[in-house]
Design a protein around this ligand. Structure first.
Ligand code: GRG
Length: 296
């Protein structure tokens, strides 16, 4: 099979575990919020983060069943972050995944609550899995990784620093630190959760963490490039917003060509982190490459 087809087949096999599990998690909700939650959680998206969770667990010979709830939790947190990020008080966007943003359809109050609900649903999903886990320590370690990644020392802080930096001069090292928290921390956590579920030893756990950080950076630089170069139809969201909001990005600080080189360098770093795993890490290596090559 050609490597691209093999990649697509493996990606689809992970999606076939994630999509039904997400639907099942939302199905029993008895709340007027169910529609707003479903709208953002079940509306497509690449599912990069949960795929990383399953693929990292797979690489370390873990059991997929153990990792699925954590993969779902990471995607729930991602969905909540997008809903909140799109609000008028944050990034103020009308378009996400080619559809009106959550607050445009359900109103701002419901969008805030849908995000809140998704975050608590993520932690409930992980906690219930932990109660039933064959290895409770592995599950707690996965939950801790996700909590650290999405919280006040991770994604939320990245968002705070990103908002505070708007319109101000930002150095490249500050920008990298903001990116590492805002986007990188949840991507890293997705990888670590998969490794934790597989019972990774300390060395493998740290290796997977380094891989996740580098993929997160590559992914965010690619996002900066797409924002500057793509169109709304391809992206499914409004392009050109970074310039509109006077936000420092890799493109505004370094120019397009250097930003592309930096994205490739981060991708290479991600691939090198996995060198000890040899051929068995091919899927994760290609995922790092695709984080840079993507068109949306
Ligand atoms: C509101 C607490 C809070 C955090 C928001 C994630 C985030 C922090 C903001 C999103 C802003 C943004 C567009 C960041 C760029 C990277 C990113 C997260 C892009 C969207 O992720 P994809 O491309 O989306 O994986 P899909 O639609 O594929 O799920």
């Amino acid at each position: 099979m050609n490597p691209n087809n093999e990649y697509q087949t493996r990606y689809a096999s992970y999606l076939s575990l994630i999509e039904p599990a997400l639907r099942l998690a939302v199905e029993p909700l008895e709340s007027p919020l169910k529609e707003a939650i479903s709208y953002s959680l079940l509306s497509g998206g690449k599912r990069l983060r949960p795929v990383l969770t399953l693929a990292c667990c797979d690489l370390l010979h873990g059991c997929m069943e153990d990792a699925i709830p954590f993969a779902c939790a990471v995607e729930m947190i991602h969905a909540y972050s997008l809903i909140h990020d799109d609000l008028p008080c944050m990034d103020d966007d009308d378009l996400r995944r080619g559809q009106p943003t959550n607050h445009k359809v359900f109103g701002e109050a419901m969008a805030v609550l849908a995000g809140d609900g998704l975050q608590s649903l993520a932690f409930a999903t992980m906690a219930h899995q932990t109660l039933e886990a064959t290895n409770v320590w592995h599950a707690c370690r996965a939950m801790a990784a996700v909590a650290d990644g999405c919280g006040v020392q991770g994604m939320v802080n990245g968002q705070v620093r990103d908002l505070q930096a708007e319109g101000k001069p930002v150095s490249l090292s500050s920008l990298q630190a903001i990116h590492a928290q805002k986007t990188g921390a949840l991507i890293e956590a997705a990888c670590l959760a998969g490794a934790a579920c597989a019972g990774a030893d300390t060395a493998s756990y740290q290796t997977i963490g380094r891989f996740g950080q580098a993929v997160g950076l590559a992914f965010q630089i690619a996002d900066d490039i797409l924002d500057a170069t793509s169109d709304a139809q391809t992206l499914g969201k409004t392009p050109g917003k970074d310039a509109r909001d006077h936000k420092a990005t890799y493109v505004s600080l370094l120019g397009l060509e250097t930003a592309r080189l930096r994205a490739q360098a981060a991708c290479q770093q991600a691939e090198e982190a996995l060198s000890g795993f040899g051929e068995s890490a091919w899927f994760l290596r290609m995922t790092a490459q695709n984080a840079v090559k993507r068109s949306k």
